[in-house]
Design a protein around this ligand. Structure first.
Ligand code: DON
Length: 578
């Protein structure tokens, strides 16, 4: 039995590199012991719950919480803290994110724990005296950091929904920080690649710095981070936003010219917001409202393609790709103009979400040639209404579902560790439009709606999402990927709903992306067959190959009531169930 449990615990859904025979053997073993079963495309399915995250240790922490009686939110809090220890590129205490939640009885909510601009921030803070953007300033060093929201977010989520004690859900991360975790090969390579930046932005600190190169299997212990986590475990939000940790953040700001003050920290509050909801081909979509652009943009994309017979055209057929690209072009143009923090800017949410609006936007689309982005502006709205992030998806035994995307923005955020506290600060300030029309690190442009203002949240693309079918849970989905987040979530949903793929196949499927500006279709190598690419090029589409798009971690509930995991094979992502 111990051996079966071990197999279960280490089972990853990275089937591309595994032989089908091995999978069948493992699945049979699992089926006979703990209720896993072999599903579509040889994916292993579980009955009692599942965790899919970017790191095997974090998934293990989440699964243990579920097995010991914790619910989806208990597991989400434990996974968030575990990722802050074992996945420093994006897991965080010093960043922010969003949670979309659906209870087994259909109650829905969304929590905004996005970072905020410090009170001392101002519109032109990243411009030089000639008015030009100095992009390095919003990307690196303490000045790039917004006021972190993750710890307050976890406290609020746990207060509202948690079942286990707070100490119980924080402890596994603390144990990982104290006792150490083993680097994966990807992590060792990324840490080695960031050595120069870590040294540059962290004089006198030794976090993730050692004389030799990192290699897979190296054990990393983080005593300062363990100390910070013990304060959070014992004092809740005050363990982070007040007392020694807050003082260390403030000291870091003073030493490096940052702006976050003790008062910014003390006054930070995560906010419960009404989720964006809509329907797509009979499925109910529950997703994140502003200050994420993700939910509105996702709904606009789904509504744009809904009138068309995608499943008849086929996955990545030329008509499918063309329609998706033209929809994305228009939706991202809207994003640049109309979306921002709703506490500061009146977002025309209802108008953008009208199905008729999305249909109207596609009216000037010509099948015989590409629309030029220079001919597309944001749609007219009548009247105003009042590359590192990580996503994890969790479902518990009762069917409660948590969809969480969390980030430091760039990989390892601002690259600044808080001395003595052992965690990285975000560089989320770059998600503001630092100057109208100047692209940020993801090439996204914006204007007034997303200008820098004190206390304002920067616009995000993060799109944690849950789908329902016939009043029951259907899918939990989300991904990192900056501007490509929205299209990756969108295409993953289409892959299941329109193209009938299993969760794992939908996640692994190659993706493509258009974001209005630049006027290019970015494609993962192998996403389009050469004939499709040629036909699109003949119509005037500029096709540019790029690296991986998305790292989706998702869960699908099958019609037989089993959970199918989709852990992205582009990373170390791991689905564990029971
Ligand atoms: O909130 C956003 O949209 C970005 N800060 C997300 C960054 C991201 O996904 C980086 N991942 N590769």
């Amino acid at each position: 039995m111990k051996r079966f449990t071990e197999i279960l615990n280490t089972l990853k859904f990275n089937f591309i590199t595994r032989s089908i025979t091995a999978v069948i053997a493992i699945a049979t073993l699992v089926t006979s012991c703990v209720g896993g079963q072999l599903g579509k495309n040889n994916s292993v399915e579980f009955k009692n719950g599942m965790v899919v995250s970017a790191h095997p240790e974090a998934s293990r922490v989440g699964l243990n919480i579920l097995k010991s009686g914790g619910n989806a939110v208990d597991a989400a809090v434990a996974v968030q803290f575990a990722l802050a220890v074992v996945y420093p590129n994006a897991g965080n205490l010093g960043g922010g994110g969003f949670l979309v939640y659906r209870s087994s009885t259909g109650e829905i909510s969304s929590l905004d724990f996005r970072e905020k601009a410090p009170a001392a921030a101002s519109r032109n803070m990243y411009l030089d005296s000639a008015g030009n953007a100095i992009t390095d300033k919003s990307l690196y060093g303490p000045l790039a950091a917004g006021v972190p929201g993750s710890v307050d977010g976890m406290v609020k989520a746990h207060q509202k929904y948690g079942r286990l004690s707070w100490a119980r859900v924080v402890q596994p991360a603390l144990d990982l920080a104290l006792n150490g975790y083993k680097l994966t090969e990807n992590q060792a390579r990324e840490l080695n690649g960031n050595r120069a930046d870590f040294l540059k932005y962290n004089p006198g600190k030794e976090y993730y710095i050692q004389a030799e190169q990192w290699k897979a299997g190296d054990l990393v212990k983080q005593p300062d981070l363990a100390n910070t986590l013990s304060l959070i475990r014992d004092k809740g939000r005050d363990g982070f936003y007040d007392g020694p940790v807050a003082a260390l953040i403030e000291a870091e700001m003073k030493a490096g010219g940052g702006m976050i003050s003790a008062n910014d920290l003390r006054s930070y509050q995560a906010v419960w917001r009404k989720p964006v909801t809509g329907t797509y081909r009979g499925y109910k979509v529950i997703t994140m409202p502003p200050p994420s652009s993700g939910g509105i943009a996702l709904m606009q994309l789904l509504k744009s393609v809904e009138p068309y017979p995608l499943s008849r055209w086929g996955f990545n057929a030329d008509s499918t790709v063309q329609l998706i690209v033209e929809s994305e072009r228009r939706v991202y143009a809207d994003r640049a103009t109309h979306l921002g923090d709703p506490d500061f800017y009146s977002v025309p949410q209802q108008a953008l979400l009208e199905s008729s609006y999305s249909r109207l936007r596609l009216e000037n689309f010509n099948w015989s040639r590409a629309t030029l982005s220079s001919d597309i502006q944001a749609g007219k709205i009548n009247g105003k209404e009042s590359e590192e992030t990580t996503h994890f998806s969790i479902v518990d035994r009762d069917g409660n579902a948590a969809s969480v995307t969390t980030t430091l923005n760039g990989s390892y955020g601002s690259k600044v560790f808080v001395k003595g506290a052992g965690f990285l600060l975000n560089n989320e300030m770059d998600d503001f439009s630092v100057k109208p029309g100047t692209p940020n690190m993801y090439g996204l442009v914006g204007g007034e709606a997303n200008s820098v203002q004190p206390g304002k949240r920067m616009l995000s693309s993060m799109t944690p999402t849950i789908l329902e079918k016939d009043g029951d849970l259907f899918m939990i989905v989300g991904t990192p990927g900056g501007s490509t987040i929205i299209t990756s979530v969108f295409q993953t949903i289409l892959n299941v709903v329109d193209f009938d793929k299993s969760m794992q196949a939908a996640v692994n499927a190659k993706k493509f992306h258009h974001q209005w500006l630049p006027d290019e279709v970015f494609v993962e190598k192998g996403a389009l067959d050469s004939l499709v690419a040629l036909r699109l090029q003949e119509k005037g589409y500029k096709i540019t190959e790029r690296g991986p798009i998305g790292r989706v971690d998702a869960i699908l509930k099958t019609k037989w009531g089993y959970y199918q995991g989709g852990a992205d094979s582009r990373g170390d992502d791991t689905a564990l169930g029971w």
